[in-house]
Design a protein around this ligand. Structure first.
Ligand code: SF4
Ligand code: SF4
Ligand code: SF4
Length: 299
């Protein structure tokens, strides 16, 4: 067991024994060696389930919303992207800071789960794409901190190498080619909503896709309904997406969802200046306030 895991378990045990929180949310080993799903620990004797390894992908801040109406505090482990998601939820007043105990854990960059499954346990498994591009591996907010922050020069190198080339490649296509590209992707969509369910930015109490009686979206699995779903979901997380890549990771049909998210991030940066969601908790949201100097090129 690594020192980090020992420390995780020690902190979780102490929190639960002292009754500082009624549940600690971390990661545990799943049904396969390349899966480390969320763990919800509420007894000190169960902290040994907690792990920290190359597959702790789930963004745990997502689960805080399940506890907003509960008495007492919740403790969660946060890597860089989880902490950005936490800040986003705070900005939207979806959670209260003093009801959460944050245990920060700097992230070494996780491995690609699909490649792990394909290549096997002893292979040299590449990093997940989101982690190669990550610019915030260190938790931005925490009450406890485990280990040492990832060196800032590595983080700066990732910032300089910010890569929108995949988005730019799509931008060069004609409208018909773009339609064909996205139609090919989303004709495979099952509308399982796993991408929505895992997303910490999808935090509406009533989701448009669940309002079946109003009829915003039909049940039919066809190009038109699927594209409506894809575009609406992407627009609803515009300016809120913290680039944790969870939507794309969990998609059973390998739809390149991050391409849509990144397109919106790129456009927001272009129109409103550089912006990283969930970094400055007191900052203004680019799509959340009005400024007379905002471009209005469509009017
Ligand atoms: S996006 Fe960054 S913080 Fe999140 S898992 Fe990857 S390297 Fe870690
Ligand atoms: S996870 Fe993939 S298949 Fe499921 S709704 Fe989202 S895009 Fe469609
Ligand atoms: S849209 Fe995807 S990348 Fe963005 S916050 Fe949601 S799950 Fe993470």
């Amino acid at each position: 067991m690594s020192d980090k895991v020992k420390k995780m378990q020690e902190i979780a045990r102490e929190i639960l024994e002292k009754g500082e929180a009624k549940v600690v949310i971390g990661w545990e080993k799943g049904t396969h060696w390349y899966l480390s799903p969320p763990a919800f620990i509420d007894k000190p004797e169960e902290v040994e389930r907690l792990v920290w390894d190359d597959f702790c992908h789930n963004n745990l801040s997502k689960y805080l919303k399940d506890y907003v109406n509960h008495e007492g505090k919740v403790a969660i482990f946060v890597k860089g992207c989880d902490s950005r998601a936490f800040n986003r939820l705070l900005q939207d007043k979806q959670i209260e800071r003093d009801k959460v105990i944050l245990i920060g854990i700097p992230c070494h960059g996780l491995k690609d789960q699909d490649k792990a499954k394909e290549l096997g346990e002893n292979a040299d498994i590449p990093k997940a794409k989101k982690c190669v591009e990550c610019r915030y591996p260190n938790p931005l907010v925490y009450d406890y901190f485990i280990g040492e922050e990832k060196a800032l020069d590595e983080v700066a190198a990732a910032s300089e190498a910010r890569d929108f080339s995949d988005v730019e490649a799509i931008e060069t296509l004609s409208p018909d080619e773009k339609y064909e590209f996205w139609n090919k992707q989303y004709e495979r969509c099952l509308r399982c909503y796993a991408c929505r369910n895992v997303c910490p930015a999808c935090s509406c109490r009533e989701c448009i896709f669940d309002q079946t009686r109003v009829g915003w979206i039909g049940k039919a699995n066809n190009a038109s309904e699927n594209q409506f779903f894809a575009l609406t979901r992407a627009m609803h997380v515009a300016g809120l997406c913290i680039e944790c890549g969870e939507c794309e990771r969990v998609c059973p049909m390998n739809i390149p969802i991050m391409l849509l998210n990144k397109k919106l991030i790129k456009d927001i940066n272009l129109l409103f200046g550089p912006y990283d969601a969930g970094v400055d908790v007191d900052g203004k949201l680019p799509l959340g306030h009005f400024d007379k100097n905002d471009p209005e090129e469509f009017m």
